[in-house]
Design a protein around this ligand. Sequence first.
Ligand code: PEP
Ligand code: NA
Ligand code: MN
Length: 630
Amino acid sequence: IFYEVHTIHVQKIGTVPVAKGDFGRLPLKAQKFIAKWIQVCNPRALYICDGSQDEANEVIHKLEERGTLHRLKKYENNFIARTDPADVARVESKTWICTDDKYDTVPHVAQGVPGILGKWCSPKDAKQYLENYTGCMAGRTMYVIPFSMGPIGSPLSKIGIEITDSNYVLLCMRIMTRVSHDIWNLLNASNEDFVRCVHSMGVPRPSQRKTINHWPCNPEKLFIGHFPSRKEICSFGSGYGGNSLLGKKCFALRIASTIAKEEGWLAEHMLIMGITNEKTGKEVFVAAAFPSACGKTNMAMLTPTLPGYKVRCVGDDIAWMRFDETGQLYGINPEAGFFGVCPGTNHKTNPNAMETCLKNSIFTNVAETQDGGVFWEGLEDEVDPNIGITSWLNQPFRIGNPGKAAHPNSRFCCPAGQCPIIHPRWEDKKGVPISALIFGGRRPTGVPLVFETFSWEHGVMVGACVKSEATAAAEFTGKKIMHDPMAMRPFMGYNFGKYLDHWLSLNKAPNKVPKIFHVNWFRVDEDGEFLWPGFCENIRVLEWIIRRCEEGSDDIGLKSPIGYLPRKGSINLEGLDKPVKWDELFSLPKHYWEDDMAESKRFLQLQVGEDLPEKVKQELDAQEKRINEE
Ligand code: PEP
Ligand code: NA
Ligand code: MN
């Protein structure tokens, strides 16, 4: 046999020495998982992480010596990593869900139409990719990271074990998830399963590929495979966050969405925030789903400009939500940190994020000022304009130079607990009660600042029609409106039609389904100027939403073909720098909406086909009719 189970103080598994930890005391199911991958990956040593600070210090020290991490002397315990420039973002084209039945993963797309809602990989094709794992950790240490998504021991939480040969991944996982020795006890004490996360940079030693920036990666063999049936994620070839911090998108959204469907809850690409009316003392929690790059992090921790309101952040990217036995929806943030986009973040747009990453944070692909601070596009007003800067590509840079100092997808990775307005209940095991759900996107034309949907079913249809302006791929110059249903397009774990069915199925006794809203901070006038100031002023829209969730607020809503719009004057505009062109901000150009509905219908027919729930079709038809009859 390859290893003996439950031997106390196992010093070797096969021929692989245990550099740290007590393999023999791990739960049997964890031992089996680890032993299997040791045999496949052939690491030099095994290192079982315990989540302690000593452990972090040891790894950081090693990475500083090697050059992967560089200490930022302006702050306390902050570091920069610069990646191989070929490894800077999520790679959707190589991200797969692997199931026996294709239609468990993707809907019945119309013939000849390339599906955009999920990528299916057959078990046979996956096998080829998985062969790349053979010997992939030669000469490297295999780290075993036990972690919890959600507060340890919460009934809403789930356990994962990530094995990785990247110590950058270990350090970021320690920030983004709860890494602890207690996970083993939890696994031992319950018959709970764990999600199997297997990550490798894909560069065994001696390396065949030139390593750039002390950042080993293997873009040619990149593969991010999800296996829902065995709750396993296999990520190969990339060290970049979304591809390698497997607790985040891979587990907490793609795998969790499949578990949530089975168990009757929701795993969503949503922020959670609490808004307190200081006069009444009443606090309301909302969860909001926007596609990537629409400002979820900014909204989750906004500083209200309206007096008498307090905002506190529960989470900025992912929400796990479940109706309790009384029918109230509760949500947790399964993550423990923020992995946010740097460019555009500054003391005006998001002072709380700036404060959160003053210490114990890892920055990736940002620029550095000569006094050991960070720099990225958007911080021009916060540093000495003549200061010397080293760009993310390690080139000298001055403010005003052409080109970018930081990569557009450069990131901060910081502990959520350091956020000045983190909610005292952010780690509440029961979660927080969610009163409203909000969808939104970047919609330059046609779509009003806010509207409330007529019903849960109407709201699900509106969510399915979410679109957003994305900067198109680098070879195009224009911007393009892309569909991103429920803001989940890149993160769906199963057939999107079945996912809509699941949402619809939740409107049953005793569940009190929350109201669903749609917002758009990004509408512009004919000169391309934003009609709404956005950012911290969005509290004004949240105030309207909260009032609509209370009894007796009928007078502030006006029925329109797409939902209830705010009655003129029912959003507080006092104290805004510029007058708001209300009529333009809320107009519903008939031609725009006729075209938009036709386009959305066509999209869902082509992309979801026969899997599109009848209820959603009815809602689309009903809305189309309301618009035509207007
Ligand atoms: C990521 O790419 O790692 C990530 C967190 O993505 P997003 O900003 O789209 O949420
Ligand atoms: Na580097
Ligand atoms: Mn996200």
